[in-house]
Write a new protein. Structure first.
Length: 153
């Protein structure tokens, strides 16, 4: 927490018009720490976990239905792990509610897999942490902001 606080203070001092993207776990707590320390408006502090978790959630749904992930619209709120909340009632595949296409039992399995997604990737890598997906999420966030893509991430 101290590192995030000190970094946010330095950013506020040397780059007062910047946007801070926080990826450090626990993301919700660290994002709030950066927000308080920087004094930036809430619109310029972004916690990354929802974007990453939503990408995993949409991917797992796409895999289950054998469709492109681009056809899946779904979001995840909350922190990483057990506190995340996929918005199942607002998840659609080409406009069709996911509940019309996948059983409740299978949706529950997808939600659980999403919650454990980081650990699954680490196990597949065999060492270190899951860094490919977070790097991609950061890239998508920066691209959306820098190029004003007006995307919902």
């Amino acid at each position: 927490e101290q590192i995030v606080r000190e970094t946010a203070l330095q950013i506020a001092t040397y780059a007062p018009h910047s946007i801070i993207i926080v990826l450090t776990n626990p993301v919700d707590v660290m994002t709030y720490t950066a927000f308080k320390a920087s004094g930036f408006p809430k619109e310029r502090i972004i916690g990354q976990s929802g974007i990453l978790d939503a990408a995993r959630y949409r991917t797992f749904i796409a895999q289950e239905l054998n469709v492109s992930v681009k056809d899946v619209n779904g979001f995840v709120l909350g922190g990483h792990g057990d506190t995340m909340l996929p918005l199942i009632n607002n998840t659609h595949i080409n406009g069709i509610p996911v509940k019309h296409l996948i059983s409740e039992e299978k949706i529950d399995q997808i939600v659980e897999r999403t919650r454990k997604g980081g650990a699954e990737i680490v196990a597949l890598l065999g060492q270190g942490s899951a860094y490919y997906a977070p790097a991609t999420a950061i890239y998508e966030t920066i691209d959306a902001i820098f190029n004003d893509r007006k995307r919902l991430l």
